[in-house]
Design a protein around this ligand. Sequence first.
Ligand code: F6P
Length: 499
Amino acid sequence: MSAAMAEPQQQGSAETLEQLFKSEPDRLSRLSFDVAGIHFDWSKTHLDAGSIDSFVARAEDMGFAAARDALFAGDIVNPSEGRPATHVAERGSGSPQDVDLATARRQRMRALVDAIEAGAFGELTGILHIGIGGSVLGPALLLDALGRRTSNLKVRFLSNIDGAAFDDAVRPLDPATTLVVVASKTFSTLETLANLEAARGWLSGAGIADPDGRLIAVTAKPEAAVEQGIDESRILQFGEGVGGRYSLWSSVGLSAAIALGWDAFEALLEGAAEMDRHFRFADVRANAPLIAAFADRLYVERFGCQTRAVFAYDERLRLLPFYLQQLEMESNGKSVTNDGAAVAWPTAPVTWGGTGTDAQHAVFQLLHQGSITVPVEFVAVTEAEDDQDPEHHRLLLLNAFAQGAALMAGRVSDDPQRAYAGNRPSATILLERLDPRSLGALVAFYEQRTFANAVLLGINPFDQFGVELGKDIARKLSEGAGDAELDASTRALIHKAGI
Ligand code: F6P
């Protein structure tokens, strides 16, 4: 390394990654895990035997085993809202009551999927899925990852309250043969209700005799959907305990289940259940979501990293970083513990990312030579899609692996401009193949890692009060109130925009 090339923050570990590989000859096997057809390699992180010991002790102090038991028993793990987190019940773990209810609701969802397939809504060429945040990101990820070759339906997602988004979503759809699925846990979200109205207008404007007959609502608040004029027979309910960002396993996944087929949806749940079993029963030192959470904590707390980057080296997973942004930042972007005290550690870093290899030609400069450390995660798939050029796929994978190697090794040069400090951490997730089962396991891995981070921090990952204030102000302003309480800058902006 050139003398002029500063090392990124090094307070986390006395040894560099290369030194760690020498001093811990078994670290590759200790920090690699194979679960549900997915290989997790955390060996190129600064987790060493000592830091793992200290995080295991911290997990004990923070009651990790009891918290995990509580999650899987369907006990209250969301104390600020007084409820369990029942997304795991959707895949078979929880109180018997929650699991039975989830199963009964899934049977109803299945009956609807079967009826649609049998022509209950006539010929179908498309689905317009309306929802925002957790009510859209999961289904969009599933369909983008798995539906490219398998689905004959055009599925379009509409989330933003922006006429341009509406135009883009409906342009390729034929209103006469499109089903509109409106997903909203609360059925009170401004964007979703506005887009529901716009969709009704789109259907009736095209001469559809009974526009409401083409609508299906998915919600935890059926009474609110009824109030919006949706007939009870076309409402699929899911549980209050299923958080929006944890909801793709419930009837929020309806559009994906219709487009991909019921068997695919079941396989998704099975993959997630397999990851749940691993998280629940694997030893703490061989537990993929927990070890990943240890590394997350290491980089945020001891290296001072404020961001982490996820790069999907597979076009089919290009929406994964967006999905993870909500999962991780809405869950753990908190400042107080379950008791309302200030959290002792910095909490969630900013999750960001992109697609490889595109990102190599845009942001990787900073990752290799910038003055901050960004823990990087590569997500790749061993098997290419059937008809994909195998040589392209080989180059894609080799690029992902090369980047991890380069980040770690760096390069010595007498020219400081051309020197790479190296010792930069990365983790790699390698799926054998991308199918509903492995995708279910992958998403559940991220959910459980997020949960493990929250337990280590003593915070509640299942509420999201931080999103309310801005919505309240916007609501008041839209009703013509609240102007007087505003600061001078915001008042001037409203005036400038003439609204
Ligand atoms: O504003 C944030 C949020 O409440 C998310 O937590 C949620 O996924 C999203 O809005 C959509 O909410 P709903 O499903 O109730 O429409």
